[in-house]
Design a protein around this ligand. Structure first.
Ligand code: TYD
Length: 137
């Protein structure tokens, strides 16, 4: 499962006036984009995430600055350092994620496959682990 969570390089139109990056639904991400949200003004030492999604697919982009994403599928874990505005980390469903080590002024933008739905969240790690390990059997 964790192997599906990969960095996706996005198109970058280089220009002396500044670079331009774009993301097209389905073409550049393996899902249809239904929602965009972003984290900003994250105070030093703060931690975001701390949940998993049942069905949601996401692409997480460090639009500005940097942060670390810790991924856990119930069997293995990995950490990805994000510091590039023209690539994103694809996160499939059933991945527990914690985002921390935000640099000053960092902006974390997330493209998501569906509208916000609290029922799609695992907020309790033990419940997530139990379901993830049962699904893998
Ligand atoms: P949450 O997803 O827990 O944030 P994070 O993973 O970054 O720590 O969401 C925090 C709050 O914001 C929660 O009360 C739900 C609300 N929220 C929305 O209303 N719409 C959204 O699209 C998102 C992502 C969150």
């Amino acid at each position: 499962m964790l192997d599906s969570c990969k960095i996706i390089d996005l198109p970058k139109v280089k220009d002396p006036r500044g670079n331009l990056t774009f993301v097209e639904s389905i073409r550049h991400v393996p899902f249809a984009i239904q929602r965009v949200y972003y984290l900003s003004d994250v105070p030093e030492g703060a931690e975001r995430g701390g949940h998993a999604h049942k069905e949601l697919h996401q692409l997480i982009i460090a639009i500005s600055g940097s942060f670390d994403i810790h991924l856990d599928d119930g069997h293995s874990k990995k950490t990805v350092h994000m510091d590039c505005s023209h690539s994103g980390l694809y996160v499939c469903p059933m991945i527990w994620r914690v985002i921390d080590s935000f640099s000053s002024g960092a902006v974390c933008m997330v493209l998501a496959s569906d509208y916000y739905d609290e029922l799609d969240y695992y907020r309790e790690y033990d419940q997530f682990i139990s379901d993830a390990q049962r699904a893998a059997k």
